[in-house]
Design a protein around this ligand. Structure first.
Ligand code: TYD
Length: 180
């Protein structure tokens, strides 16, 4: 594993001031347990209600690392793939209409136990102190999606992002979040 110190040292400019060396090559140095990833969607109601910043802030404050994010207008094909288990539910047509009603912000967050922690943070519409509990009042407009298992997260991230859209960057505050 490349140490944080060496990583930082390589990123500091040497020689002539103002000349920066190539980007430090410290990617992939975090241990696997810190590299768990999950998909979080700020759904159309979150974008329309300007709640995206609030949602991002909660993940940043918790200490998770944002590794991908984009704003996109979703089509029915993507909704069908993403919610394939729900396609025969009575509420599914309304869910498609809602998910395609405006842009969505798709994000990938990374960190220790991120899938389970994120599900707890997202919570239910009636649990105060969670994202849904604080920001929504009805299941049909519940502002966020979060993957429900590590395997689901891997599959869902593949629906929403190309592999090269995930940015593998070294978080400088790792020791402060996880200890040395
Ligand atoms: P589901 O996967 O059961 O819940 P979660 O998002 O908590 O994993 O359902 C997916 C979405 O479908 C849910 O976020 C909102 C919508 N939905 C309804 O509109 N009505 C319903 O009765 C249910 C169960 C879900």
């Amino acid at each position: 594993m490349v140490s944080l110190g060496r990583c930082l040292a390589r990123s500091l400019p040497r020689g002539q001031p103002g000349l920066r060396p190539p980007r430090p090559r410290c990617y992939g140095s975090a241990p696997p347990e810190l590299r768990e990833k999950t998909l979080v969607l700020a759904k159309p109601d979150a974008v329309q209600r300007r709640l995206v910043g609030n949602i991002i802030q909660r993940f940043e404050r918790r200490g998770f690392r944002l590794v991908a994010m984009k704003l996109l207008q979703v089509d029915q094909g993507l909704v069908d793939r993403h919610y394939q288990e729900l396609r025969h539910k009575p509420f599914y047509p309304a869910l498609v209409t809602y998910m395609t009603s405006g842009p969505v912000v798709a994000m990938v967050w990374e960190g220790y136990n991120v899938v389970r922690s994120t599900r707890a943070m997202v919570g239910d519409t009636d649990s105060v102190g969670t994202i849904r509990g604080d920001l929504s009042v009805h299941i049909s407009r519940n502002v966020v999606h979060a993957s429900d298992s590590v395997e689901t997260a891997q599959r869902e991230i593949g629906f929403w992002f190309q592999r090269d859209e995930l940015v593998d960057w070294e978080s400088r505050d790792r020791d402060h979040t996880y200890g040395p």
